[in-house]
Design a protein around this ligand. Structure first.
Ligand SMILES: [Zn+2]
Length: 314
């Protein structure tokens, strides 16, 4: 009796944990005071006018991962094309945004050399190393080099989402740099989080609290929400749930025209061209596909937009 009861309670707790999963990270979260809720009408009124942001897309690392993760191979288009699972070459990007008044920002973080040199020290255990095939990551420009290129002057990081390959530059990010994420990105419960929570927590350890964008419903109903980040119409954060609950795209009015960062709502060129959402790496396929369609419709209305996909060149 004394042995079986605690054991029963233990198994009930473990089963409950597996069924419910857990939040992605226990890192503190707040709502940001930065930016103001906007609308697709306001964003689209400005999109085609030249903007003030100096923009650079950086290939931080080359990598290869399973195509079944990157693309829904069960989609009618993928079946028709006869696509089979294979290793697919991809890139890990960081994007540098220089605002003339507000300073330098990164969108996503690239890959830190420290993470590859000693993954365990950064919280990436052997299981994640194996599942992620971390041995296949080849750094082209490390996060450290990117930060050095702006003399260490970073005013914030805009995350498209918090999957490990998007926070893999955190070991090179100073502890005073503000971090911005989509609403509910960090506390959505999932079974998969049981495996990555430790690494996510460790990569964020000692860093600033995560600040969620204050999204409100888009009056035109084209997106789940839009925030005018600097309140000057230069950068818009767009809520595109599906790949993760808090997935965020960015529309940036650069000195050479409008740029759209899709994040992992679309990983691949084939996925964009054929309107097929990611595969196993995505949490909610229906919502992911919907968000992808909304972005393609935006680009169809404004063909000048330069599209940057999650992991492949456009
Ligand atoms: Zn990714």
């Amino acid at each position: 009796m004394f042995i079986t009861r605690p054991l029963t309670l233990f198994f009930i707790s473990v089963t409950a944990l597996i069924l419910q999963g857990c939040a992605l990270t226990s890192h503190p979260v707040t709502t940001t005071a930065m930016g103001k809720p906007s609308s697709s009408a306001e964003m689209e009124r400005l999109i085609d006018q030249p903007g003030p942001i100096q923009f650079e897309a950086i290939d931080s690392a080359h990598w290869s991962v399973t195509l079944a993760g990157l693309l829904n191979l069960d989609s009618p288009a993928a079946k028709e094309a006869g696509l089979k699972d294979r290793d697919e070459p991809i890139q890990v990007y960081a994007y540098l945004l220089k605002h003339p008044q507000h300073g330098n920002f990164l969108a996503d973080t690239g890959v830190s050399k420290k993470l590859l040199d000693d993954p365990r020290k950064e919280g990436v255990n052997w299981l994640i190393q194996k599942v992620m095939h971390i041995d296949k990551i080849e750094i082209k420009k490390s996060t450290g080099e990117i930060v050095q290129s702006v003399d260490g002057k970073l005013n914030g990081i805009f995350f498209t989402h918090l999957h490990l390959d998007h926070i893999s530059g955190m070991p090179d990010i100073a502890s005073n740099v503000p971090l911005y994420i989509g609403a509910t990105e960090s506390n959505e419960s999932s079974f998969k989080n049981l495996f990555v929570r430790g690494a996510t927590d460790q990569l964020l350890q000692g860093k600033q609290a995560l600040q969620e964008w204050h999204f409100q419903p888009d009056p035109q109903g084209k997106f789940a929400g839009i925030v005018d980040v600097f309140e000057d119409g230069s950068v818009f954060a767009i809520s595109v749930p599906g790949h993760t609950q808090g997935s965020t795209a960015f529309l940036i009015r650069t000195t050479h025209g409008p740029v759209l960062l899709t994040g992992d709502t679309c990983h691949t060129r084939w996925g964009w061209d054929h309107t097929v959402e990611p595969g196993d790496f995505t949490a909610d396929h229906v919502r992911n596909l919907q968000s992808l369609k909304h972005m393609k419709e935006l680009v169809a209305r404004h063909p000048q937009i330069e599209v940057h996909l999650g992991h492949q060149h456009f």
